[in-house]
Design a protein around this ligand. Structure first.
Ligand code: NAD
Length: 473
C-alpha cells in the first residue's frame, strides 16, 4: 500500500469518526463552517482572481460573476435558509395512521467526496461543498489538477478555515483520484466529462455509493427565422466565448435555416468585432485555453469545415480566436465531440422540425437553447426536446437563478444541485413514523386470525381513492 493510500485512509478514518460522533449534525456547527467558508472567500479574493487569471486568463469580470459571486450567493442562501431546510417535513397520513406522527427527516449521508473539473474551478468545487456542509456531512474535496493555481489555494488555504476533523482536500490527477476512489464513501458528487463519469460510477457501484454526475455534451442552439438577429448574435457570442468557450452549458453549435443564415453569420462577425476588437488576442476580455493538451484538441477542430470568422491560434499563449465555422459535416470532429473552446459551428436545417430531429438523434444535452420571437416556436421546441436545462432567447441564464435545479439528463448527467436542491442532494430523506406504544385495540384488525371483514375494513381505511372520471371512457 502506498503512502498516499495510507494518508487517504487516515483522512477518511478521521472524518468518519467525526461524523459518527455527531460533530457535523448541529445547525450551529454547519452555520459556523458556512461562515468560515465565506471568510475564506472574502480574505482570499485577490489570490483567487490571480489564480483564475493564471489558470485560464479569466477576466476578473467573468471570475466575479461566474465564480465568486455565485459562491457567495449560495453561502448566504444556505445560511439564511438552514433552519427551515433542516426542519422535519410533516406528511399527510391515511386513516390507519391518523393518530401517528409522520415526517421526512433530512439526514446527512456521512463522508462525501466532491470531484471537480478545471473550467470553473472555484464555483464547481465550492457550490457542492456548501450543499454538503449545510446537509451535515463530512467532506473531502478533490479539485482539478489541471487548474493548478486554484487547486493550490483550495487545497492549502481553504482547509485552514474549516474544521479539519470534518473537512479535507486531496490533490492530484487520475492516479491519485483512482486510489482515493478505492475507499468507501457515503456519497460521491462528480463534475466532469461523461467518460470519466462512467469510471466514477463504476467505482461507486463497488460500495453501492450513491452518486451525482454533472457531465457535459453538445448543447444545441436553434435560431428560428422570426427573431432579432442582432440580439441573437450578441447573446450567442457572449455565452459561447465566455471563459474562452470552456463552459459546460455554452451553446455548442447553431442550427438555422438558409433564409437567415447569411444575416446571422454577418451579425456574429460584427458582434465578435464589437466585443473583442480588431485583434481578439489583444482583448483583456478573452480567456485562454487551460492546457497544452486542450489547446491541441480544440485547435484540431479548426480544420473542420470552413472558417468564416477567427481561426487564429498561438500555442505559446494557448490562444484560440473566437471562431465561427460553416460547411461542417456531421461526421467532422467538431460535431462529434463537445467543443469546449471558442469555436461555433453554424449548420443549416430546413426549419424547426429538422432541428428537433437533429437534436433528438443525439445524446440528451446539458442545455438546449432556442431563439425566436414566436412563443409557439419556443414552447414547441421545449415540448419536443429534452435536456438538463433550457433557456429561450439567451444562453446560460438558467444557471443564474438559484431556485432552479442545475443538472443533466441521460448522457449529460444525473442528479441536480444549487440552492435548496444542493441541500436535498446531500441529504438522505428518511421516512419516519412515531406511533404510540398503547392503543393496541386499534391494531386488532391486522392480526391473525385474518378475516374478510377485517381486510375490507383495512382497505377502506388505507387505500388511495382515484379522483375524477376515467380518461379511457
Ligand atoms: P474530467 O472528467 O477530465 O476531470 C474531472 C475530474 O475528474 C478532475 O478532478 C480529474 O482529476 C478527475 N479525473 C479525470 N480522469 C479521471 C479518472 N480516469 N479517474 C478518476 N478521476 C479522474 O473533466 P474536465 O476536463 O476537468 O472538465 C471538462 C468536462 O466537464 C466537460 O465534459 C464539461 O462539459 C464537464 N463539465 C460539466 C459541468 C456540469 O456542471 N455538468 C461543469 C463543468 C464541466
Amino acid at each position: 500500500m502506498s503512502s498516499n493510500m495510507d494518508t487517504y485512509s487516515d483522512t477518511l478514518l478521521r472524518l468518519r469518526q467525526s461524523f459518527q460522533n455527531g460533530k457535523t449534525r448541529p445547525a450551529q456547527f454547519r452555520l459556523a463552517q458556512l461562515e468560515a467558508l465565506a471568510k475564506f472567500l472574502e480574505e482570499n479574493r485577490t489570490e483567487m482572481f490571480q489564480c483564475l487569471k493564471k489558470d485560464l486568463n479569466k477576466p476578473s469580470f467573468e471570475a466575479e460573476i461566474s465564480e465568486l459571486s455565485m459562491v457567495k450567493s449560495e453561502i448566504n442562501l444556505a445560511i439564511n435558509s438552514l433552519s427551515s431546510w433542516m426542519k422535519d417535513e410533516s406528511v399527510s397520513r391515511n386513516m390507519a395512521t391518523y393518530l401517528d406522527t409522520a415526517f421526512i427527516r433530512s439526514e446527512p449521508f456521512g463522508v462525501v467526496l466532491i470531484i471537480a473539473p478545471w473550467n470553473y474551478p472555484v464555483q464547481l468545487t465550492l457550490i457542492p461543498l456548501i450543499g454538503a456542509i449545510a446537509a451535515g456531512n463530512c467532506v473531502i474535496i478533490k479539485p482539478s489538477e489541471v487548474s493548478q493555481s486554484t487547486e493550490k489555494v483550495l487545497s492549502e488555504l481553504l482547509p485552514r478555515y474549516l474544521d479539519q476533523d470534518c473537512f479535507a482536500a486531496v490533490c492530484g490527477g487520475v492516479e491519485e483520484t483512482s486510489r482515493l476512489l478505492e475507499n468507501r464513501f457515503d456519497y460521491i458528487f462528480f463534475t466532469g466529462n461523461p467518460t470519466v463519469g462512467k469510471i466514477i460510477m463504476t467505482a461507486a457501484a463497488k460500495h453501492l455509493t450513491p452518486v451525482t454526475l454533472e457531465l457535459g455534451g453538445k448543447n444545441p442552439c436553434y435560431v428560428h427565422d422570426e427573431c432579432d438577429i442582432k440580439n441573437v448574435a450578441r447573446r450567442i457570442s457572449w455565452t459561447r466565448f465566455f471563459n474562452a468557450g470552456q463552459t459546460c452549458i455554452a451553446p455548442d453549435y447553431v442550427l438555422c435555416s438558409e433564409n437567415i443564415k447569411e444575416k446571422l453569420l454577418k451579425a456574429l462577425q460584427a458582434t465578435i468585432h464589437e466585443f473583442y476588437g480588431e485583434d481578439p488576442k489583444q482583448s483583456p476580455d478573452l480567456g485562454r485555453i487551460v492546457s497544452d493538451r486542450h489547446f491541441q484538441r480544440v485547435a484540431a477542430m479548426l480544420k473542420c469545415g470552413k472558417i468564416l470568422v477567427g481561426g487564429q491560434t498561438d500555442q505559446a499563449e494557448k490562444y484560440i480566436a473566437p471562431t465561427v465555422l460553416v460547411d461542417v459535416a456531421e461526421s467532422d470532429q467538431v460535431m462529434q465531440e463537445e467543443i469546449f473552446g471558442p469555436i461555433l459551428p453554424v449548420l443549416s436545417v430546413s426549419g424547426i422540425d429538422e432541428a428537433i430531429h437533429f437534436i433528438n438523434q443525439r445524446e440528451k444535452p446539458l442545455a438546449a437553447y432556442v431563439f425566436s420571437s414566436n412563443s409557439q416556436i419556443v414552447y414547441d421546441f421545449l415540448e419536443r426536446t429534452s435536456s438538463g436545462g433550457f433557456c429561450a432567447n439567451d444562453g446560460m441564464m438558467q444557471t443564474t437563478i438559484i431556485s432552479l435545479p442545475f443538472g443533466g439528463v441521460g448522457h449529460s448527467g444525473m442528479g441536480m444541485y444549487h440552492g435548496k436542491f444542493s441541500f436535498d442532494t446531500f441529504s438522505h430523506k428518511r421516512a419516519c413514523v412515531i406511533r404510540s406504544d398503547g392503543r393496541e385495540k386499534l391494531n386488532d384488525v391486522r392480526y391473525p386470525p385474518y378475516s374478510d371483514s377485517h381486510l375490507n375494513f383495512i382497505l377502506s381505511m388505507t387505500e388511495v381513492k382515484k379522483k375524477g372520471s376515467c380518461v379511457l371512457l
